[in-house]
Ligand binder design. Structure first.
Ligand SMILES: [Mg+2]
Length: 120
């Protein structure tokens, strides 16, 4: 089964991801801090990682760079709550993010589509 690691300090967000994707045939592991999320990635080698940009301990940028250096084949989708005219988005894509979504998520279907593309 395809595996997702979702790293976000908002329990509501990870609950939503877990409920949506586990009912659609994914295994979902969640973490609320950067370091614990990175550990899940190392242990489970997921097919895709969904990471919040703003996290305690280690932020999304650092996690993205760490995953990309250790596991360049794992696509990382970054979720941000910023609206800065695409600056953050461009930086993340340059750092190797597969894709970027704004928070709050407007569509789980869009995220799901992107995840399916990422692991295809
Ligand atoms: Mg956050």
């Amino acid at each position: 089964m395809p595996t997702i690691v979702s790293i976000d300090d908002e329990a509501e967000f990870t609950r939503t991801i877990q409920a949506f994707f586990s009912s659609r045939g994914f295994v979902v592991h969640v973490a609320m801090t950067g370091p614990s999320g990175l550990k899940l990635v190392e242990v489970h080698r997921p097919d895709v990682v969904i990471v919040d940009l703003k996290l305690p301990g280690m932020d999304g940028d650092e996690i993205l760079q760490s995953i990309k250096s250790q596991f360049p084949e794992i696509p990382v989708i970054v979720i941000t709550a910023y609206n800065d005219g695409g600056k953050t988005r461009d930086r993340l894509l340059k750092l190797g993010a597969y894709s970027h979504f704004d928070k709050p998520l407007s569509s789980l279907r869009d995220l799901s589509k992107t995840i399916k593309e990422a692991i295809a």
